[in-house]
Design a protein around this ligand. Structure first.
Ligand SMILES: [Zn+2]
Length: 532
């Protein structure tokens, strides 16, 4: 007997065997029970999630002589001869995408069905139709004969014209949950006499990324093996690593055990583990750990921002795997950053942000002129380090001078908006994600960074970041980044001054202080700054 691949053999021919799309199946069955059939359906979603199978079962059910609870009976003449039924017309738009195929449909559509109640047109990958084919289809969808039902399936709904979408009842198929894939493949293995470990099934579910068809194809490739299919076999055949390996890897980072970490990376390298799969798994595990920190409120060696940084760096590294660099070296470098570092940040309580700035600044007397004079003096000074420090002091002073709580709230919302912006350059994004705005005035913002390394790096990029904020928010903020320690100091000073009713005087920041003086521009000219 000819071997039939598993996904064909186990293609569902009733609603009960379509898994992971419960809501859609329930809605479709109800429409059959209530005899409420639309003329056009759109099934969208990732590949292998059951769109075509559902379309076929639905086509069978709406024509069935005695549907049982919305499902095809499987016994009537129509159900039994479903596969040969000329009234079920399937078109794969990926290969037949022209206007001629659609014309043929239109010409025959008026002829009443030979057997059942409905003629059902299943158009797979409908987004592949040409524009003229879409136009022809649209004419039919506008005035379909009573006996015609269209089921359009697509993995790429954004490429389906809105004019078509608006005429369809739409169902979005979801990726199938790993647990559901495990359950289904386990049953199939039992039926087929395939011996397989549960852990191996779980790995297959992971690799299939929510597509049952892919899961069964992977199982097919393994099923030639007559012995027990183990997790090891799956890993070696598909060049993957288990979740336990990844848990170990992150544990080594948590425990500051650099040798074990490097050994494990070496092991991945020797097994030639697929880097993309590896990154995906680390990101999965890291994001679960980060969430656990929030939920359990426990302080771990790695903070949420560490995990955030790890995840962003890993995703960023995927862009580099085509460069002729050993991807495992990149992984090593990303992870090494978290070892022996005094700057590993802790989960930081948000109370820093809760400073009450003076509501009525005029109530407070002006701070001694002397201090202000020094700042002014320094603002004009040259000499790289002094100038940088001067600018930092000037901006802290100016932000405190006009700080108010409502500005802070506003600024926080603005930063959320900025962080969500899709055009945000990677470097700026990681800086902002690692920073919290802690004081705000109409023109100035002070950021505190979670990681001490971020502050100097960010201050080298002030102009670039300001320009970006300007583009997104249309606001000309002068900003400055402080380490946690520096911020604590400035905050204490500020509170002390408030208590003593010493006010901060706003000092106009001269553009030339930043732009024109040679030494200063050395610090702020981005083209000269190498970010490591
Ligand atoms: Zn039937």
């Amino acid at each position: 007997m000819k071997y039939k691949v598993l996904y064909r053999k186990y293609r569902p021919d009733d609603f009960e065997n379509i898994v992971g799309q419960d809501y859609i199946i329930k809605t479709l069955k109800n429409s059959i029970i209530n005899n409420n059939i639309s003329h056009a359906y759109l099934f969208s979603g990732p590949r292998g999630t059951g769109k075509t199978s559902t379309a076929k079962v639905f086509a069978k059910a709406i024509n069935c002589a005695n549907p049982e609870n919305g499902s095809p009976c499987g016994k009537c003449e129509f159900c039994l001869n479903f596969k040969e039924n000329p009234d079920i017309i399937e078109l794969d738009a990926a290969s037949n995408n022209g206007v001629d195929e659609i014309r043929e449909i239109i010409e025959n559509i008026k002829i009443t069905p030979t057997n059942g109640k409905y003629k059902v047109y299943i158009i797979d990958e409908v987004h592949m139709l040409t524009q003229s084919a879409f136009n022809a289809l649209l004419l039919t969808l506008e005035e379909p004969p009573a006996h015609a039902v269209f089921i359009l399936a697509t993995t790429n709904v954004e490429n389906v014209p809105i004019t078509i979408l608006s005429r369809c009842q739409r169902f979005d198929f979801q990726k199938i949950k790993p647990s559901v894939i495990v359950e289904r493949t386990k049953k199939i293995c039992a039926d087929e006499g395939i011996k397989i470990e549960d852990a191996a099934l779980e790995e297959i579910a992971y690799l299939s990324e929510g597509g049952m068809r892919d899961a069964l194809s992977l199982l097919d490739q393994l099923s030639k093996n007559k012995d027990l299919i183990t997790l090891d076999l799956v890993e070696s055949q598909f060049k993957t690593v288990s979740k336990k390996n990844i848990e170990d890897l992150i544990n080594y980072v948590e425990k500051n055990d650099v040798n074990s970490c490097l050994d494990l990376i070496n092991e991945f390298k020797n097994k030639a583990v697929d880097y993309k799969n590896l990154v995906k798994k680390i990101v999965d595990v890291a994001s679960v750990r980060a969430k656990n920190i929030v939920v359990s409120n426990k302080i771990e060696r790695l903070s949420i921002s560490d995990y955030k940084k790890l995840i962003l760096n890993l995703i960023d590294s995927l862009n580099k795997i085509n460069v002729n660099v050993d991807s495992y070296t990149i992984l090593e470098m990303i992870l090494l950053e978290f070892f022996n570092s005094p700057s590993i940040s802790r989960s930081i309580p948000a109370d820093e942000a809760k400073i009450e700035p003076p509501k009525e600044p005029e109530e407070i007397q002006v701070v001694e002129e002397k201090n202000q004079a020094t700042i002014k003096e320094n603002a004009k000074a040259t000499g790289t380090t002094e100038v940088t420090e001067t600018l930092v002091n000037l901006r802290i002073n100016n932000c405190f001078a006009k700080a108010q709580k409502n500005y802070l709230e506003q600024a926080k919302k603005e930063m959320e908006e900025v962080e969500m912006n899709v055009n945000i350059p990677g470097k700026i994004k990681s800086i902002l994600l690692d920073s919290d705005v802690v004081t705000a005035s109409p023109n100035n913002l002070i950021f505190k960074t979670n990681d001490d390394h971020t502050a100097p790096l960010a201050n080298q990029m002030l102009k670039e970041i300001e320009q970006f904020l300007q583009e997104i928010l249309n606001k000309n903020y002068k900003i400055i980044f402080l380490t946690s320690e520096r911020w604590d100091k400035e905050k204490a000073e500020y509170i002390k001054n408030l208590k003593n009713k010493k006010a901060y005087e706003y000092i106009e920041e001269k553009e030339e202080t930043v732009d024109k003086e040679e030494m200063v521009s050395d610090v702020f000219d981005l083209s000269k700054v190498e970010i490591v």
